[in-house]
Structure formats: structure tokens, C-alpha cells
Design a protein around this ligand. Structure first.
Ligand code: F6R
Length: 605
């Protein structure tokens, strides 16, 4: 979603800001803009479209510092040149870039208009620039603070005053802001991805904090002005991790990276001595884990689906009732929070608003929550305070692939941990640890057979609709397969529990509607075969993702996945479905890394 980048220091801001905007492109956006302070005046450029179009628009001598720049993902007002950020006050002195939503924008706008202010955009964000300009306070930070006291809503923002170029002011409430500390220069961003080329030392603002950022340092304070203390942390991601390298798309790069990514999720966490797992970050002692009676997993989209696989793993291995629920629904049903339930928030980015709101609801009611998160230092990770980091490396493609797999692996680690302090035997612990250690190589084997999937994709790409079916955890695999396909190829794909098919959806099976069936050789194999028979009887084409061995039913194509232990099979069964979505999208000429209407982290409701 929207991206913020700011620079203050001796260098020219424009090249740094433009490079930062390119780094933020992966979040999804529809317009971009930049403002620089130069000789007491503001220099501004913004347009609808891509960052490279903004680049073309910049005059050759577009110089100045400090500067702020933005990628916008439309919420209030269509994507257009005038709705692009930065937004300025009437005197063109103050420039504001804003992520989030100002909920009382209409009232503030009416109030400002009644004093003669003329608005130049339809955005909620523009009110900020006029409000700040209208404040009688002496310093920029005081004016921003006074303006924010009138605002209801969420924001991550950066403000520049061309007449007072000694500082940028940044503030946060519900939308991330990170400060990058350089050598006599400072950076502001909504995402560390924009900073990795310049610095590894960062400070994350907390909600309700405001920062005055100068070239030689920064101060933070609450909205009331009380100073806050910050300890810089280090980013471990390298800038190369954000490059495509030899790959055409980040999606294919990230699918291919899964063996190493899974290796990192597992690294240092397999305890052969006690046939269990080490998860230092969960910060719950064995006796506390023993008190848990139930597990509730919350996440959105692929994170929710990975959580569903997690729920199966926890229920099977730890024999604890476990259930995954979309975080986006959770807080609206006044959920009952139980003392002996362990709540787990799942989020790759750690910034998804709905998931964060669910975490806050659990905490508000006294519940205990762990995070399963990829981005270190992200809002959800910090809000949870404990959990499991995926260490998958940055995921740049809008759709989740490697983090889905690593999340499922992290849940396997947790399920073994919970199981081994309950009834999971040493032998079962050992069996699962061996299988986990084998996953990276098995994933490599599947990826090496990408051509087989590409051929299968050829057949699917011509269809308009597809079903994905599976049972139990295989149903979660089907859900993820269908989600991935619709996200990147825009092909209408629906997932059904194989058992539910005959209760309605079977009516739509026809020779034009293929079904992708997830058919592991487990206890439910026979039942899955019956489902395939039912589909075949209606002349529906079937593509099976299965294990080796002759199938007792004819299918149109089958992709054979190496067998793991039955509990871990879903992790491997999902990999070919990622490749399938990728290749269908390629065949259909879709923008794989930036699917229409989607953003990488959904930081609004
Ligand atoms: C699917 C996808 C989305 C995200 C969802 C949650 O490919 O990328 O469904 O999984 O928006 O995002 P995170 O995990 O960042 O909370």
C-alpha cells in the first residue's frame, strides 16, 4: 500500500528519494510524488501512474534537501495527478505525505473551507497540510502536534516546511514509520525496504509518537510533547535481497528461494536431543504452555490459510483444539477471550491492519497472543511482544509464496513443541524432526520440475473457472492454490472441501470447469478418489497433485510430490500450486508481481 520516504542531509534528496520509491513499488500503488525544499521554496512533482513516469516528469535540475516522496494507493479520491501526494498548504510552503485514513476529514475540510481554504484534491490527507499551516505554533513539530490533536484516524506521515528546512517531522498512529540513521544524514520511511541501501541502523516509531528528524539526529516525543527514548535496532536484510537478480519476476524468485528460506525458519530450532523444537521467542515456559487448553489463530488471506494448516498441525500433534479464523472478521463479533486459550497472530508483513486490530482486541480483553511474523520489528511483532520470526527474507512480490511455506513450517515447529510437552512421543518427535530437515531438498526437487507444471498451466490458462478441492489440511492447500491462481492470473478459482462438493457445487462441474484435486496418500485417500470419481462422472477434467503410485481413477494430469510425513505433506503439496498460478499468469500475460487492485501490505481497514 502507500509508501513514505524522506531524506535530510547534505546530499541531493531527489535521487535518494526516487530510489526509495522504487524500493517501495512492491507494496502496490497508483500514483507517486516528491517534494523538495530549495532556497526557501517548495519544489513539487507528482503524477498518476508508475514511479518511472514521475522520474520522466522531473526537471533535469530538480535539486534540494530535505525532501519527502510518496507512493499512493487510492482510498479517498480516484488515482489522479491532483490526488497524488505530497499535498501542500495554500502558500505552497508545507508539504505532507500520509499513509492511513483521516476519519474526520469531511468535518475538518468543511471547517477549513469556511475560513477560505481552497482544496486542490479529493483526498482526506490534504486537510493535514492546511491544518498544519493554520496553526499559530512557532515550530513545525508544535504545529504538526497541534494539527494531529484535531485528527481522528490512522496515519504514518512526514511533513516538510520549505521555510524551515532544518527538520522533517514524522508521526505515527496505526501506520508504520521507521527512521534510518546515517552519517550526518537521516531517513524516514514506511518500510525498511526503502532504507537498506543507505543504513542498517533504524528506529521504529510507536503509535502516538512524533519525531523531529534533523541531519544530525532525531528526537521523539508523544503527541502531548513528553519525550520518549528509542533504542536503534539493526536491519539484517541486504539490499540484494530486494533485487530480482536473474529472475524475470519476484514471484518466481521467491518460489525458488523456498529451500533456503525454509532452512532459515528451521535453523537452530530442531532439538535432536529431546526430539523437540527450540522456540526462544515464544517466551512461555513449559508449565505455562501446559495450561493452554485451546489455540486460536488469526490472520488474513494467505496468512489465515497458513494458519489453518497450523491449526491442523497443532490439533494433530499437541491434541489441543485449534482453529484458524480470518482476523478481518474477528473483532466484529465481540469475541470471547479465554484465559487458557493461546491466540496466535499470523502476518508476513506484520503490518496488516485487520490482524493488528485483532491482536489489540485480544490484548484489550486480557488474552495472551503470540506473533508468527516475517518482518522483524514490524508493528504486529512488537504489539505481540513474543512469537516466532520466519526469517524467510524479504518478500517483494505482492502475493505470498515463500512466507506461506515458512509460516506452515513455523507452525509445525510450534505444534511439535506443544506436542512434546504433552503426549507426542519421542519417536514421533524424532520422525517429524527428520521430515522437517528433509523439506528444503524436497522443495528443490519439486521446483526442479517446473516444466511439468508449466505444461499443465497451458491447459488451465484457457479456462474461465476452476475448482480446487481437498480434505482436512488438504482443503487448506486447495484454498491457497485457488487464492494464488485468482490473485495473479485473474482466473476465477474456487476452493471447496472435497466432502462439500456434492452438497451443491457439483452442479457447476462440466467439461469446461477443471478441478485441481489435492490428493495425498493419507487416511483420506480413498475418500478423495471417490470425489474424483464424482467429478469424472460429470465429465469434469481433473488435475491431481498427489503422491507416487498408480491412481485407481483416471485423471487428466497428475503432478507427483515427494512424500513427507503425513502431517507435513500439505507444505509440499502447496508448492506445485504456486508454480501453477505463476505459469497460468505468465501465459495470460498478467503483471505477476503487481496484480491489479492488490497491495503487499493492507494497512487500512
Ligand atoms: C496472498 C496475499 C495476501 C496476504 C494478506 C495478509 O498472496 O499476499 O492474502 O497474505 O494480505 O498479509 P500479511 O501476511 O502481510 O498480514
Amino acid at each position: 500500500m502507500c509508501g513514505i520516504v524522506g531524506y535530510i542531509g547534505k546530499r541531493d534528496a531527489a535521487p535518494i528519494l526516487m530510489e526509495g520509491l522504487h524500493r517501495l513499488e512492491y507494496r502496490g500503488y497508483d500514483s507517486a510524488g516528491i517534494a523538495l525544499a530549495h532556497a526557501g521554496e517548495l519544489r513539487l512533482a507528482k503524477c498518476k501512474g508508475r514511479v518511472r513516469e514521475l522520474e520522466r516528469l522531473l526537471p533535469s535540475r530538480f535539486k534540494g534537501s530535505p525532501g519527502i516522496a510518496h507512493t499512493r494507493w487510492a482510498t479517498h479520491g480516484e488515482p489522479s495527478d491532483r490526488n497524488a501526494h505530497p499535498h501542500c498548504d495554500a502558500a505552497n510552503r508545507i508539504a505532507v505525505i500520509h499513509n492511513g485514513i483521516i476519519e474526520n476529514a469531511a468535518a475538518l475540510r468543511a471547517r477549513l473551507e469556511s475560513t477560505g481554504v481552497v482544496f486542490r484534491s479529493e483526498t482526506d490527507s490534504e486537510v493535514l497540510a492546511h491544518l498544519i499551516a493554520a496553526m499559530p505554533e512557532h515550530s513545525l513539530d508544535e504545529a504538526v502536534r497541534a494539527a494531529l490533536r484535531l485528527v481522528t484516524g490512522t496515519y504514518g506521515l512526514a511533513v516538510l516546511d520549505a521555510a524551515r528546512p532544518e527538520a522533517i517531522v514524522a508521526a505515527r498512529n496505526g501506520s508504520p514509520v521507521v527512521l534510518g540513521i546515517g552519517e550526518r544524514e537521516m531517513f524516514v520511511a514506511s518500510d525498511a525496504a526503502a532504507l537498506v541501501r543507505h543504513t542498517r541502523s533504524v528506529v521504529y516509531l510507536d503509535d502516538g509518537e512524533l519525531a523531529v528528524v534533523r541531519a544530525d539526529g532525531f528526537e521523539t516525543a508523544t503527541l502531548d510533547g513528553g519525550p520518549t527514548a528509542k533504542i536503534p535496532s539493526r536491519i539484517t536484510w541486504t539490499s540484494e535481497a530486494f533485487d530480482k537478480g536473474e529472475y524475470t519476476h519476484f514471484m518466481s524468485k521467491e518460489i525458488a528461494e523456498q529451500p533456503e528460506a525454509v532452512g532459515r525458519t528451521l535453523s537452530g530450532r530442531l532439538d535432536k536431543r529431546f526430539q523437540t523444537t527450540h522456540l526462544g521467542g515464544i517466551e512461555l515456559a513449559a508449565h505455562e504452555l501446559l495450561d493452554i487448553r485451546r489455540v486460536k489463530i488469526l490472520g488474513c488471506g494467505s496468512a489465515y490459510i497458513a494458519g489453518s494448516i497450523g491449526a491442523h498441525l497443532i490439533e494433530q500433534l499437541a491434541r489441543l483444539p485449534a482453529h484458524a479464523e480470518p482476523a478481518s472478521e474477528f473483532r466484529y463479533r465481540n469475541p470471547v477471550i479465554e484465559r487458557d486459550t493461546l491466540y496466535i497472530a499470523v502476518s508476513q508483513s506484520g503490518e496488516t491492519f485487520d490482524t493488528l486490530a485483532a491482536v489489540q482486541e485480544v490484548k484489550r480483553k486480557g488474552g495472551r497472543v503470540l506473533g508468527v511474523v516475517n518482518v522483524v520489528g514490524s508493528t504486529i511483532a512488537r504489539e505481540c511482544g513474543r512469537g516466532i520470526y520466519l526469517h524467510a527474507g524479504p518478500e517483494v512480490a505482492v502475493v505470498s509464496t515463500k512466507t506461506f511455506t515458512c509460516t506452515a513450517v513455523a507452525f509445525a515447529l510450534l505444534a511439535i513443541h506443544l506436542g512434546r510437552i504433552r503426549d507426542l512421543s519421542t519417536a514421533d518427535g524424532g520422525r517429524l524432526l527428520t521430515a522437517l530437515a528433509a523439506l528444503p531438498e524436497q522443495i528443490s526437487d519439486i521446483i526442479a520440475r517446473e516444466d511439468e507444471i508449466a505444461r499443465l498451466a497451458e491447459q488451465l490458462a484457457g479456462c474461465e473457472h476452476a475448482y480446487f478441492v481437498g480434505r482436512s489440511a488438504g482443503y487448506a492447500v486447495a484454498m491457497e492454490g485457488a487464492l494464488k491462481l485468482k490473485e495473479v492470473s485473474y482466473l476465477h478459482a474456487e476452493a471447496y472441501s472435497a466432502a462439500e462438493l456434492k452438497h451443491g457445487p457439483l452442479a457447476l462441474i462440466s467439461p469446461e470447469t477443471p478441478t485441481v484435486a489435492v490428493v495425498p496418500r493419507d487416511d483420506l485417500y480413498g475418500k478423495n478418489i471417490s470425489t474424483i470419481e464424482e467429478i469424472r462422472a460429470r465429465r469434469g477434467p481433473v488435475f491431481a497433485v498427489t503422491h507416487a503410485g498408480e491412481m485407481p481413477v483416471m485423471v487428466d494430469a497428475a503432478f507427483v510430490v515427494p512424500a513427507s510425513e503425513p502431517e507435513l505433506d500439505p507444505i509440499l503439496l502447496n508448492i506445485p500450486l504456486q508454480l501453477l498460478a505463476y505459469h497460468v499468469a505468465l501465459r495470460k500475460g498478467c503483471d505477476v508481481d503487481k496484480p491489479r487492485n492488490l497491495a503487499k501490505s493492507v494497512t487500512v481497514e
